[in-house]
Design a binder for this molecule. Sequence first.
Ligand code: A2H
Length: 253
Amino acid sequence: EGVGPQEYTLIKMKLKAPYPPKLASVSSKNVYLVAATLRPETMFGQTNCWVRPDMNYVAIETKSGDVFICTRRAARNMSYQDITPNNGTVNVLVELVGQDIMGVGLEAPMTPYKTIYTLPMLTIKEEKGTGVVTSVPSDAPDDFAALRDLKNKQPLREKYGITDEMVMPFEPVAIINVPGYGDLCAVTACDQYKVNSQNDRDKLAEAKEDTYKKGFYEGVMLVKGYEGKKVQDVKKAIQSEMIERNEALLYKE
Ligand code: A2H
C-alpha cells in the first residue's frame, strides 16, 4: 500500500427488476451495486459481479435519490465524498447480507452481456473498497479462478442458489492483448502458475501481481474505439467516459 489515499473507480451496476424480497421497500427506486476497481479500462470484459454471501451490506440513500449497495464502512467513507445527501451522514434504507442479493440480474457499463448476475466470492475483504467486486475473468486471475470454480462445481452453485444460466453462458472476453500472455492474460497466468481454484491464495497472488503489472505497462486494447492503443494511454479516457455517462464515479479511501 502506498502512503496517499487509494483512488478507485466505482462502477454502477444497476439492479434489474424484479428486486429480491429484501429490497421491497426501495422497489420504486434505481438501485445500484457499486464495485470498486483499479482497472476501469477492463469493464468491456465484465461477466458477473462478486458479493460475499456472509458479509453485511447496506442499501443507502445517495444525493441523486438513487440507492447504492456497499459495506457500511464504504458508505461512511462516501458520506465524506459528497455522495450522500448530508456530509458525514449515512441514511441506511435496508440492512442486508450478501446472500440476500445473490443471483440478481444487473445491467453494467461497457460489457457485451446484456444481463450479468451477482455470484458468490468467498475471499472478498471487508476492509477494502465497497465489498462489491466486478468480475473480469479475462484480466483478473481471482475472477477467472472463482468463475471457473462455479462452472465446475454444481454443489457450489446449489449452495448459494445460483442457476446454470447465471454462470454457464459467460466466457472471458478478449479485451486486452498482453505480449507473451495473449488476449486472455488471466487465463494464461492461471495456467502458468497452476492455479486450481480460488483457494490457491499464494499462486493467485503471484499470478495477480504479474498480470497487473504487465497489463498496465504492456497491454494493448483490442476493443473497438480503442483498438491498438496502450492501456496506460487510455485508462483515464475510459474512466472519464463512464463518469460522464453517470455509469461510474470516483471514490477514495
Ligand atoms: B480489480 P487493491 Cl481486471 N476484496 O478490478 C477483494 N478484492 C477486491 C475488493 C475487496 N473488498 N475490492 C476490490 N477488489 C479487487 C478489476 C481488476 C482488478 C482486474 C485486474 C486486477 C485487479 C476486475 N476485478 O486488481 O488491494 C478489484 O479487482 C488487482 C489489484 O486495492 C480491484 O481492482 O490493490 C482490486 O481488487 C483492488 O485491490
